[in-house]
Ligand binder design. Structure first.
Ligand code: NAP
Length: 325
């Protein structure tokens, strides 16, 4: 297949690009800074010669969007929204203008679209969209609004010949440097991998290998369109999530952090505590109903496998020593 990945230079693009290329597909990355042979330049806003890559391709997976790990200033919130809405809109324009449109357009979205909750898990049918839940800071509504605008940019695109799927993805866990697993692993190895603010908030996650398998599954399944949760069936409270990660790294203790310590840490890292404190209890309803089987459904064994993979990929690091024990 010919696969086009707008925004494919980031963490998810690296995982997908690697796997799809290894499977024999022709992958083109659309980026604002083309530097490799299979890169094509765009601005993420306007149509241009890059759209020729879309005409005649089989699949588009649009991953473009400003990182959400930042302070939620007015300027950053606008950039988070615009980069997602504009890129989805212009990908839709490119597909609409194509003589040979792709058969499927997978558009990244986020599991953050669902409400902060501890009890019932959110699937695509009964899940509650966030933004109006009581007891959370008002500004948490922004990320829900961004996700809704993002999905709307895809759903309203006039592309009748192309099936559209919105990927409501949870945190993607891969052994790559700079990804969320790497960041959390560093904290754990420093002894700072304890629960934050009590740790009752749920963490939803998906192993990078399952993300790739789910994307391949959704490419093949002509009967599935609309929002699909990409999250393992085993979301778990943050305190259990961190305990399992410490076990995988064989680090016996993790310093707990209070809410204000998390605020200080987020400030120092130029990030926002919503990423840590919002309870995301999201499950893969549609994937499960369609018969998709997760290779890594459970966090404890997934974390151990990621630690081993990190060791193989970055020999010399502590992971290497652990993986050979
Ligand atoms: N990683 C996760 O765990 C996760 C979970 C749920 C949802 N998501 C979403 O999935 C997408 C991909 O995630 P990721 O982790 O790979 O993100 P990432 O590493 O931040 O990469 C996203 C890419 O978007 C492009 N981009 C950034 N600002 C842009 C702008 N203003 N206009 C156009 N393109 C822009 C960048 O490519 P260039 O600089 O090369 O143009 C960047 O490499 C993101 O939208 C993210 O919000 C990620």
């Amino acid at each position: 297949m010919k696969v086009v990945l707008p925004g494919g230079t980031g963490q998810v693009g690296a995982i997908l690009g690697r796997a799809l290329t290894a499977a024999g597909h022709e992958v083109t990355v659309v980026t604002r800074s083309p530097s490799r042979a299979h890169d094509i330049g765009w601005d993420g806003v306007t149509l241009g010669p890059w759209a020729e890559a879309i005409d005649g391709c089989d699949v588009v997976v649009n991953l473009a969007g400003r990182s959400v790990s930042c302070r939620y200033t007015e300027e950053n919130l606008r950039a988070m929204t615009d980069s997602r809405v504009d890129s989805a809109r212009v990908v839709g324009e490119a597909i609409a203008a194509a003589e040979r449109p792709p058969r499927v357009w997978l558009q990244m979205s986020t599991a953050t679209v669902y409400a902060h909750s501890f009890d019932a898990a959110h699937d695509e049918t009964t899940g509650v969209i966030g933004g109006a839940e009581p007891g959370v800071p008002d500004y948490w509504a922004y990320s829900v609004e961004i996700a809704q605008n993002w999905e709307r940019a895809q759903s309203e695109a006039p592309t009748p010949a192309t099936r559209k799927v919105a990927l409501r993805s949870a945190m993607v866990m891969s052994p790559d440097r700079g990804g969320v697993f790497d960041v959390l692993s560093r904290l754990v190895r420093l002894g700072l991998g304890g629960p934050v603010a009590g740790g009752a908030q749920y963490v939803s996650w998906i192993h990078g290998e399952d993300l790739v398998r789910a994307v391949e599954f959704l490419i093949d399944r002509d009967d599935i369109e609309g929002p699909v949760n990409l999250a393992s069936p085993g979301p778990l409270p943050h305190r259990d999530f961190m305990r399992a990660l410490r076990t995988a790294w064989r680090v016996p203790v993790g310093l707990p952090a209070t809410r204000w310590m998390a605020e200080l840490g987020a400030f120092a890292l130029r990030s926002d505590t919503e990423l840590l404190l919002k309870s995301r209890r999201v499950v893969p309803g549609r994937l499960g109903a369609a018969g998709f089987a997760f290779a890594h459904p459970e966090w404890g064994s997934a974390a151990k496998s990621l630690v081993r993979q990190a060791g193989r990929r970055h020999p010399g690091r502590e992971a290497d020593r652990l993986s050979t024990r």
